[in-house]
Design a protein. Sequence first.
Length: 263
Amino acid sequence: MEHKYIVALLITLIAGMSTLLGGFSTFFVKKNSLKTLSVGLGFSGGMMLFVSLNELLVQSNKYLLPVFPHRAGLIAFIMFFIGVGIAILIDLFIPDHIESDLFLQNPEHCKGHLHHIKRAGIVTAIAVAIHNFPEGIANFFVSSQDLSVGIPLAFAIAIHNIPEGIAVALPIYHAVKKKRTAILYSFLSGISEPIGAVIGYVFLRNYLNLTTLGILFAIISGIMVYISIDTLLPMAREYGENHHVVFGVMLGMFVIGLSLVLF
């Protein structure tokens, strides 16, 4: 494996394994901490929106322009919405079962519903794993082509993987009272990102040229934008007020924009 792909795989692995941070933080999560979580989710959403629209889509057009000088913009536009469509299909068939009640559940009042709570955690783990799979492919190929875009994207993904790890581990821990089991499920939900990267490398690396890179970047941009608007920002609104979310989004855009300009 070429050096650039090894680096991209490591970056994707780190981003995916941030679900473990969420899993470990499960044992310390308090209701008062959710406002901070709201800002963090908004921050992640802002970063992903900025990178997707200001970098990935622009790069897509750049790659397509030499091959399709008069239709590059149109192809990037179509591929962007194909990416949105892919994300919508994933949501339709595998709905994301992250519910705010799981964060606030009091284990002393759950004894009559332990099976239901455990099932909610397992379903959430499966849903998160499937949703993380295309993120892994996206982060891997972006990082392999341009680290200045891939690293900020990985950072944004890592931030929003932390609450996903909490959403997976918390109900499992409440149901079985075993920290190892809760951590294991948060690990399994995050490992799908580097798995997606490896599968993407095996099946797609031989087809990388200007056209496929341009198409791939536009599709990735659509998927990331949909995830930000459909998942991250609504979740951020659940755990805080509007100004918390807006502050997080603007801060995320500022930080990622500044890093791209400077580095």
